[in-house]
Design a protein around this ligand. Sequence first.
Ligand code: CMP
Length: 219
Amino acid sequence: MLKSVSIFADVAEQALDNLSSLLVFKDQPKDTLVFGQDDPGDAMFIILQGKVKVVLYGESGKEIILTYFREGDFFGEMSLLDDMPRSANVITTEPSRLAILRREAFIAHLESSPTTAINILAELSRRLRKADEIIGNLALLDVYGRVARVLMDLAASEGEEIDGGTLIRKRPTQQDMASMVSTSRETVSRVLNEFQKRGLLEMDGKQVILHPQFYREVG
Ligand code: CMP
């Protein structure tokens, strides 16, 4: 099970056996707060099944989705590493099975397995790159470009090549897409409809097919 988690790839069997005996498992229903921003944190979480979103809330209650994590991803490592409160809220968006690793066990594992430490650094570097890209997109792209980027990221991570384009089986709700690109649900709806009218994509409920013209015109 741990082998399928990217940060534990290439870690010796013995170290993983020791680690798995230290994990605690928790099943969480959909839409459950795993922890809140500013909570104290002394454990990190590995998603064995399901999906979560990492969110911030503005003063008026406006939601900003920083990212989604799915099976095989980990979160909650920041408070473990810097001993500061949680930097964001984490909420399940599907029923989820989580493995919980407390600080002492995590530190003991890192001391015996530098490979995990290097893998975590690589993952943190990927996340920082992604955050840089999002900051750049917010400042430099208009709302059409930002919605297009969300669709292209989804296509890259979970799209399937079919006749006529790339199929995304289940896009986020329009409200969640709005929270990802800092705009309103109505604007996301307008942008998606306009892309459809221009023949760049096809929508059927949560399903979207991105046509090759989509990449040529807005990619
Ligand atoms: P922690 O601060 O302990 O709790 C919130 C978690 O959300 C954090 O650890 C990271 O695992 C994750 N997180 C916070 N900000 C981002 C971000 N910009 N990109 C990806 N993950 C994040």
